[in-house]
Design a protein around this ligand. Structure first.
Ligand SMILES: [Ca+2]
Ligand SMILES: [Ca+2]
Length: 335
């Protein structure tokens, strides 16, 4: 199936979202052929796609429980990048070519313990060896507790910052307390020296995920889409910090925040935001700008689907399986 066919199929799904999702999957999705890449993954917390070795083929990177690895396209041979960086699990990975040499730079998050909002968390930048199939050298950076998600994002100067999103604010209990500190890490010319950070925002709690909104050109800065207990917040870089725009605000009991978020656009260019609600939840939700409203107003909310109750269980013993389902659902309507 050609890529263009897949894109066309996606648009079809979006425009007829009122129909059964199951029916649409059968009608419009191309036929995928599963290929087992690795049967020894323990807890595959974080995934990234980037060209590691500079051969112009996109490779797969994985933050597994105790290993950071990459699978080399097209053979998917596994190479270990780093092992057991912290006592507790690795949890996230960011990979992108940030210096234009065609090979990705890598950062990872570790020491995962969402119950410890004081001492958990860790952030590392990994220095590549000459031969990128060998072990990389970790440089530990400062961090906020409960390090959870990270992405490389292009800033106003055309350089890339590492944006790190913890799950909870420092010292929080049950999602209550000070806001989560979302930080931008600025890459120094020598990565082994101190990395300065700046605050992106601290207005939200239980910030479970975020997305990067593509810029209009490869030179412009990129924006963020952050989701959490309070709803979904768009953040645009400006001369005096990040400008906030609430896509949705969850201030009533029936709206309990969002756990996954993706930005996208219809065939005509009209943007949308897709979420899974609430965190680890069962609702697939679509937000679109109000046709007559102000550009910075609250967007219209439509629930596209609510799977059976077995998907809504919040028991931690099945939480990883829930996350996998969330990812599949969000990816399905992604651009
Ligand atoms: Ca490659
Ligand atoms: Ca590079």
């Amino acid at each position: 199936m050609r890529l263009s066919s897949f894109i066309s199929a996606r648009h079809c799904f979006i425009w007829v979202y009122g129909l059964s999702v199951t029916l649409l999957v059968a009608e419009v999705l191309p036929k995928f052929k599963p290929q087992e890449i690795d049967a020894t993954v323990t807890i595959g917390y974080g995934l990234a796609l980037a060209d590691v070795d500079g051969d112009k083929r996109i490779d797969i990177l994985l933050a597994d429980k105790e290993r950071i690895v990459w699978y080399q396209n097209p053979t998917w041979v596994k190479h270990v990048i780093a092992e057991k960086l912290t006592e507790k699990d690795h949890v996230c990975i960011a990979a992108r070519d940030i210096n234009g040499d065609g090979k990705c730079e890598i950062a990872v998050g570790a020491q995962w313990n969402p119950a410890d909002t004081v001492d958990s968390g860790a952030v590392f930048y990994l220095v590549p060896p000459e031969d990128r199939t060998q072990l990389w050298k970790p440089i530990q950076l400062s961090h906020e507790p409960t390090t959870h998600r990270m992405r490389w994002v292009r800033n106003q100067a055309g350089r890339f910052d590492l944006i790190v999103v913890p799950l909870h604010g420092r010292g929080n209990k049950d999602g209550q307390g000070t806001g989560v500190r979302i930080l931008a890490y600025h890459v120094p010319s020598d990565p082994s020296t101190t990395w300065n950070t700046s605050l992106v925002t601290d207005v939200m709690h239980m910030t479970h995920n975020f997305d990067v909104i593509p810029a209009g050109t490869p030179e412009e800065p990129e924006s963020l889409l952050l989701c959490g207990r309070e709803g979904v917040l768009r953040l645009d870089p400006g001369e005096s910090g990040w400008r906030p725009h609430w896509i949705t605000k969850h201030e009533t009991p029936e709206l309990q925040g969002a756990g996954e978020v993706r930005w996208g656009a219809f065939a005509g260019g009209q943007p949308y935001v897709a979420t899974i609600e609430p965190m680890h939840g069962n609702q697939l939700v679509l937000y679109t700008p109000p046709p007559e409203g102000p550009k910075d107003g609250i967007w219209q909310r439509r629930v596209l689907g609510s799977p059976q109750s077995r998907y809504t269980c919040r028991d931690e013993t099945v939480s990883h399986d829930q996350r996998r389902r969330e990812w599949l659902a969000a990816a399905f309507i992604r651009r």
